[in-house]
Structures are given as C-alpha cells and as structure tokens.
Ligand binder design. Structure first.
Ligand code: CTP
Length: 404
C-alpha cells in the first residue's frame, strides 16, 4: 500500500496510543480496503483508551468530542493528513431506533468486532507489527468474495436496517456475492427499509449509483427485493427494457448523481418523476433541478441534427451540457451522428458557442424603448437572430427591436 500523509498519521495515532499504554488498532473499512489493495478513503482507529483518555493523549485542542457519547473522539492531524476517528472498543446495547445504540459499554476488540455489520468490515490491523486480527472470519470472506453478516443476520439487520442496503453497496462495489443466509434475511426483512429515514437511504443510494458497478447494484436491489421499496420507479422494467436500463446506466462514463438519476428515469413518464425521488431522498435542489433539466433537454440532443441551431446552442451553453452529453452518449453511443454533432459543437471557442448578447434590456431602454412585458420575448428573438448569424451588430439588434 502506498504511503499517504493520512496513512502515515493513522500509524502515528496508533503509535501514540500504544506508547501511552493503550491497545490500539486500525478498524473496519480501512482494513478491508487495504487488504483489497484499495487506498482507504479514511482511517478509523479502535482503542482500549476511553474518550477522556484519548483526549489526554492528543490534547484537547487537537481533538473533537462530538461523538464522545458513542465512544468516538476525532483526532485532528496536521493539514494534509486530515482527521482520524478514534473509537473506544465497545459493545453496543439494544438499538431501539434501529440506528443509535441505546447504551454503549466499553469492551475488547473481540466484542467490538461482534457489533459490526459484515465480516469483511469486522477486521482489525496493527500497522506497527503489520498483523491482521480477525475474530469474525473476515479475511477468509475477503478471499472468497463474500458479504456475510457477523453472527445472526437478522440481529445485525434489526440493529440497523440500512445494513440491507450496505450489503448491496459492498457486494456491487467489490463484485462480491451476498452469502445465502444474509441474502435470505434481507429478503425477509426488506420491507423494513421503510423505517430508515429517506436521507440516509438517499445517501447510501448515491454512493451505490455513483460507483461504476451501478448496474450490478440495480440487479442486486432486485434480487434482494429491496428495489420496489427504494427505487419503485424502476421496478416495472422487465425483459428487454430491464436489460436496456442496465446497459444504459453501465455505459455512463463518470456521471454525476443527477445524470444517473436522469438515466434511471429516462422512460418514466410524468412531470413529477424527479420531484418524487427528490422528496423521498431529500436531494439537494441542485441534483433535483439538474436531473429534471437533463430529462427535459435530452430529446433535443437525441434529435440534434434536426433541432434548430439556436435552440440546441442554448442547451449546449448551459452548465449542464457536459452531463447531457454523457447521458446522450450512453443512450445513443459515442459514434451516433447526434452525439458527434454536439461533441463537435462543444469544442467551439466560448466566443463562438456563447457570444455576448448584442442587446440586453438596458440596451433597449438606452435606445428610448419603454420597458414592458414584451421585452423578454423581444430579447429572445434578438438573441435567436444573433445566434443564427442573421444580425451581428448592436445597430442591427436595435433596428430589429424597433421593427418587431
Ligand atoms: N451500519 C453500520 C455502519 C458502519 N458499521 C461499522 O463501522 C465501520 C465504518 O463505517 P462506514 O464509514 O460507514 O463504512 P466503511 O466500512 O468505512 O465503508 P466506506 O468505505 O463506504 O466508508 C464499518 O466498516 C463497520 O465496521 C457497521 O457495523 N454498521
């Protein structure tokens, strides 16, 4: 694994705690990723030190205690290293809200591993001796390519129903299989995913769908029977339409979330299609508006070669144009005449593609025209004439305004 400031600091944190007499190890997702040869996006440290003791070791000014009631202290590293979450080994009590433990009891690495979701996420690693500590069979499952709940799958799901979607996310991300007992438990309890708040579901779906294995995620959502609950918009696709939807999302090249959403809704009729999902997942206005814009304007690109140029030009100068082209390319293929036409136009210089308007409201007022309700339409017509290269000077624009 290559060194990074974050990794170096995560080793340093383990060393400092060890020097102060506490047990300390890397834990969870970072161990899994490192063993898979993937650079972890963040490092979590688990320790026998209590939150107060962690703060003493690193100093109050270098720590944040936001998660202290769950045994988690954030240790702030030097700038490029970012921050490391240091969690005291714990056994969680019941989860009456399905998310937060009712009470937290400090414990040992063995017990701490048992409270985690899947075996591949239940591993510890000592970066000083380079030893893996595995109490749950996670190393074996990493080799076998298996997502297996730790202990009794029903219990792990009952503690946090979102784990059903996490299983799909990890299985699709790593191309792993969900172990039969874990899969059966998810199928039995799928309807309980409705108890999880929409925002958490949305953010889980976002990371699943942004990953390039998003087509496998869709197939797994169907297999686990979670699909009609989390993505009912796609649940009616069958046969060739279902195959086409998977092909389409698979062909998206490094899409934004809005682009994936638009792809998923491409054949869903109705004005409110994006609004419904946006409401359900509490999407940002940006994602919601952009996805709707993409769906509204895709037909213009699909007919690019017969769309009047100013109309298409308006679309291509919009800040969503690159995303629209990603969607159109996935739909039509990168050698389709329409996609090639738009891609070529996008290569034009900014001045050619988006020349400064010859006239604005202020230009018309300065020329003595009275502002009125028809000003907007007038300016649109002038802009169209300019983009069509029928006029090219302010004088011509004013003459046109006065003649309309
Ligand atoms: N519902 C959850 C969420 C998290 N965890 C545990 O907490 C660790 C960290 O969780 P998180 O950061 O959400 O996920 P990662 O496994 O780090 O995965 P990612 O790379 O997607 O962040 C997990 O590895 C797992 O051990 C869990 O048991 N149950």
């Amino acid at each position: 694994m290559t060194n990074s400031p974050q990794r170096d600091y995560a080793i340093e944190v383990v060393r400092k705690l060890r020097e102060a007499g506490y047990q300390s190890l890397w834990a969870g997702g970072c161990v899994r990723d490192a063993l898979l040869g993937i650079a972890p996006k963040d490092y979590d440290v688990a320790t026998s030190a209590t939150p107060d003791e962690v703060r003493q070791v690193f100093g109050r000014r270098r720590t944040l205690a936001i998660g202290a009631s769950f045994g988690v202290i954030t240790v702030l590293g030097p700038k490029p290293a970012g921050q490391i979450e240091v969690a005291t080994f714990r056994t969680d009590g019941g989860y009456s809200d399905g998310r937060h433990p009712d009470q937290v009891q400090y414990s040992t690495p063995e017990h701490d591993a048992q409270r985690r979701d899947f075996t591949i996420n239940g591993l510890f690693y000592d970066p000083l001796s380079e030893q893996v500590l595995d109490f749950v069979g996670g190393e074996q499952d990493l080799k076998l390519g298996k997502i297996r709940a730790i202990g009794v799958p029903e219990q792990r799901i009952a503690e946090d129903k979102l784990r059903m979607l996490r299983a799909v996310r990890f299985a699709s991300r790593f191309h792993f299989a969900i172990d039969p007992d874990t899969l059966a438990a998810i199928q039995t309890h799928a309807s309980e995913i409705n108890q999880v708040n929409g925002e958490r579901i949305g953010s889980e779906m976002q990371s699943m769908l942004l990953h390039r294995h998003r087509a496998s995620a869709l197939a797994l959502l169907r297999e686990t029977t979670l699909e009609p609950l989390v993505l009912p918009e796609c649940a009616n696709y069958t046969g060739a339409d279902w195959e086409e939807l998977q092909r389409l999302v698979d062909s998206l090249s490094e899409p934004t979330f809005a682009t994936v959403l638009a792809a998923l809704m491409i054949d869903t009729p109705g004005e409110a299609r994006i609004d419904t999902i946006a409401e359900r997942w509490k999407l940002s206005n940006h994602d919601k508006d952009r996805a709707s814009w993409l769906l509204d304007h895709l037909p213009l690109v699909v007919r690019a070669t017969s769309t009047p140029w100013p109309r298409l030009q308006r679309v291509l100068i919009h800040e969503g144009a690159a995303e629209l082209l990603t969607l159109a390319t996935a739909k039509l293929g990168d050698d389709s005449p329409e996609v090639r036409f738009c891609a070529e136009k996008l290569q034009l210089s900014a001045e050619e593609l988006n020349p400064a308007p010859l006239a604005t409201g202020a230009t018309l007022i300065a020329a003595g025209m009275k502002p009125g309700p028809n000003f907007g339409t007038l300016l649109e017509q002038i802009r169209d004439a300019q983009l069509n290269q029928q006029i090219s000077t302010v004088e011509e624009a004013l003459a046109m305004a006065q003649s309309l």
